[in-house]
Structure formats: C-alpha cells, structure tokens
Design a protein around this ligand. Structure first.
Ligand SMILES: O=P(O)(O)OC[C@H]1O[C@H](OP(=O)(O)OP(=O)(O)O)[C@H](O)[C@@H]1O
Ligand SMILES: O=c1cc[nH]c(=O)[nH]1
Ligand SMILES: [Mg+2]
Length: 213
C-alpha cells in the first residue's frame, strides 16, 4: 500500500483545504483539489509501471527514451470520482476510460446499505493496466463491487486502486477481499460514523463537488 501523507508535501495542503468546512464551500476549489491529488497519485503510480525503451528522433539527433509498456485504462465511480478522473487523465493522457454508476442504496429496515450499480461501460481490459479510482474509500463496498463488475470486460494484467481519503476499515475490507489490487491512498482516517461516513473525513465528496442529490 502506498500512502501519500506519509511524506509531508503540498498534497497535505490540498487535503487540508478539502477537509476545511469553510474552504470547501468553494465548489470549484474543492473539485480542483481532488483533481490535483488525483494527478499526484497518478504520477506516483506511474513510477511502478513498466516501460519499454526506444529511440526518439529529435531535431538534432536521436535520444534514448521510455514509453509505457502496457495500455492504461482509467476507471471511475460516479459521481464523486469525476474530478479525480480528470486529474488522472491529465497524467495518463492517452488512456482509455471506464465509468461505473454506483450509489449507496439504503435498506429502510436498518442502517445497512447495499451499493447499487446501474451503469457500467469499459473497453476490453485484457492484459491492460487498470486504475480504479474513487476519492472516498469508506466501507470499501463500492470499490470492491466496481472492481468485480469490471472483470466482465476482461482480466487486467494488474489493477491499482486509488483514493484521496480512506478509512481503516475500508482498507482492511479491500486487502482481505481483493489483495491482488495495489492500493494508492492520499490519507487514512480512523473512523466511520453510523452512516458509514469517514470521520473526521471531509463530508460527502459527491455533494461538495456537484451539489446535494
Ligand atoms: O466505500 P463506500 O462505503 O462504498 O463509500 C464510498 C462511496 O460513497 C460515495 O458515493 P455516494 O454514494 O455518496 O455517491 P456520489 O458520488 O454520487 O455522491 C463515494 O463517492 C464512494 O463512491
Ligand atoms: O465519508 C464519506 C463516505 C462516503 N462518501 C463520501 O463522500 N464521504
Ligand atoms: Mg456522495
């Protein structure tokens, strides 16, 4: 597991703004900060990927260079994932893209919820590098369900899962159920409240980005 907050950086400043109840009223800044952390995580993931070496022709000669070995597919859970997706896409600009419509459907009988999925689209994933992202990893149910739903589009060579903010429970949930996926996280908070929101967290990332549902 990679944890961005382990090393102090400008990403901490972006995360502090994301959490701040006053600053987060500025929806554009909120989306932009999610996007910026997305780009940083994308860069960190890029260091773990494989590259082929080839020569590139410059106006003055030829230079050795590296190119990504395998195609990357960026996959995002709607809605809150959209700004993060944009941040990843600015790094992996040639990537193909997958989208999953998922939301927490509440069971009226108790406080539990099931993740409802009503839309999924993806290119063939066979042999590719899949990066699945969602800014919030709370219980981990959305991410796990999204991953398994994506497998019907083919088995990726490797899967990376990225989140801006995760809960300890969510991390454990994914590590137990899909240990083959590598986790890339901005920060981890200890708590989950009765509604399964991350505490102290930042609130509802989808609502803060796009307005209340
Ligand atoms: O780890 P989990 O417990 O599954 O929770 C995380 C999910 O919950 C949020 O989505 P939400 O249902 O609020 O939808 P939204 O993005 O449309 O706001 C968030 O964006 C994740 O997708
Ligand atoms: O804390 C949380 C949990 C799920 N979704 C969010 O947006 N925030
Ligand atoms: Mg939401």
């Amino acid at each position: 597991m990679y944890l961005l907050s382990q090393t102090p950086s400008i990403a901490d400043h972006y995360l502090s703004e994301l959490r701040n109840i006053q600053v987060q009223q500025d929806r554009m800044r909120f989306r932009r900060n999610i996007e910026r952390i997305g780009s940083i995580l994308a860069y960190e993931i890029s260091k773990s990927l494989s590259y082929k070496t080839e020569k590139v022709e410059t106006p003055l000669g030829t230079a050795p260079s590296r190119k990504l070995l395998k195609p990357v597919v960026l996959s995002t859970v709607l809605r809150a994932g959209l700004p993060m997706h944009q941040g990843f896409l600015s790094v992996f600009d040639q990537a193909d893209n997958a989208f999953i419509g998922a939301y927490r459907g509440h069971n009226l009988m108790d406080d539990e919820f099931e993740v409802e999925m009503d839309y999924i689209t993806s290119p063939d994933l066979t042999g590719k590098t899949l990066i699945l992202m969602d800014p919030m990893l709370a219980t981990g149910k959305s991410m796990e369900k999204a991953y398994h739903a994506l497998l019907r589009f083919g088995m990726p060579a490797q899967t990376h899962i990225a989140a801006v903010l995760a809960s300890t429970d969510g991390v454990q949930y994914l590590q137990e159920r899909i240990p083959q996926c590598r986790l890339w996280l901005g920060a981890i908070d200890e708590g989950l409240n009765e509604q399964y929101y991350i505490v102290p967290g930042l609130g509802d990332a989808g609502d803060l980005s796009f307005g209340e549902k």
